[in-house]
Design a protein. Structure first.
Length: 108
């Protein structure tokens, strides 16, 4: 059972040159980040975006535009193993460590 409703505890963003991790509890960059998500000029790539989009809407009232969901793309392509971990392993030989994926960062 969750002690609180889900919260965004870490934001990962990247370009073709850089990658960044954002701690939403420590910075006040939400307005800039939301402008990026809502920009039609920026391609936003998610994997299994439905939960993230709902949470971004609830916490930041963000309306993500120009979204590409790799999980949905896999469905269209008929990929059987569509999980992010399986895709990272198959295409990049990367083992995704999801040890902290369900970490209760919001519990006090």
């Amino acid at each position: 059972m969750h002690c609180f409703k889900e919260k965004i505890c870490l934001i990962q963003i990247a370009t073709d040159k850089e990658a960044h991790l954002i701690d939403p509890f420590e910075i006040k960059a939400a307005p800039f980040f939301i402008r990026v998500l809502e920009s039609s000029d920026v391609m936003t790539v998610f994997h299994g975006a439905d939960f993230d989009i709902r949470t971004l809407d609830r916490e930041y009232q963000a309306r993500v535009k120009n979204l590409f969901d790799t999980e949905i793309a896999c469905r269209f392509l008929g990929v059987r193993e569509r999980g992010l971990g399986a895709l990272l392993k198959k295409h990049f030989n990367v083992d995704a460590n999801k040890k902290f994926q369900a970490f209760q960062c919001g519990c006090q």
